[in-house]
Write a protein that binds this ligand. Sequence first.
Ligand code: MG
Length: 335
Amino acid sequence: MELSYRPFELELKHPFTIAKFSRTSTPLILLEIRHEGHTGYGEASMVPYMGESHQTAAEFLNKVDVSQFKYPFDFEAIINYLDSIASGNPAVKAAIDIALHDLDGKIQGKPCWQLLGSDPALMPVTSYTVGIDTPEVLIQKVKEAGDCRVIKVKLGRDSDKELINTIRSVTSLPLYVDANQGWTDRQQSLDMCHWLQQQGVMLIEQPFTKTDPGSNAWLSDRSPIPIIGDEAVQRLGDVDKANGIYNGINIKLMKSAGMYEAHKMIERAKELGLKVLIGCMSETSCATLAAAALAPQCDWADIDGPFLVSNNPFQIPEFRDGKWVLSNEAGLGLR
Ligand code: MG
């Protein structure tokens, strides 16, 4: 087994602004693992607030010894090995996990979604995310939503209602809302939830800071719309902690350290009666297909990476009626 990788800078079509920051590109690692004549592709998307970078990824990968992967597709053993090298680093761990899933599918001649037990007929629609912006740019972004059937709106500033009104002036599509920890007042937030429900909002992500479980739980108990933990939920152990605080969780491969643990998180969330949104960072078609392979097991999907970037090195997978189409190709189906 042979591992190689290269740093890559993924450019965004528009500067992306959410409650706490703004950026125009995202550092990636594009990774390949070769074994028995097949190549598996993986990707790490390292959004700055998660603390990973080209440098931290290179430092981590320098310590990875692929000869330690005794049986290459014992994902539990591999994630334990990667965690033993260093804690954190979930995106670069995800890159290895995704490449191994792709490789596993190619060697077995089966698509990843099938190996993970997903039913393509249950694929949810994927939302199209618009960041915080001026009304003119917001309207332009909504027009770029193309075939998407749901718009995800970033809130968390004083102008939240104006922003929703602007979007409602150009589309009647259902909305998801992400406050990215930007809300601070409980009663004001509850009033906002009722108002947002009237505006056709289906869910709200991370209203209060993740360090305030009390306010998040207070709102989850009262909100007419499901409250979803995102920043508060990274890996498997966080699912149980989210129970009783949120109505659901947002799983992202770049937080969960890959597909294996994301699958475990979906199963655990279902046991606890938590709803599941599967999301993404700024990603190419590689991580998009990895998330899409699990999306049929989730309630909602927000896997819009390829729509928001301008230099995706791979083909954009087939997208129809607002949903990713899972192909019968072995592995991820990446081209
Ligand atoms: Mg979010």
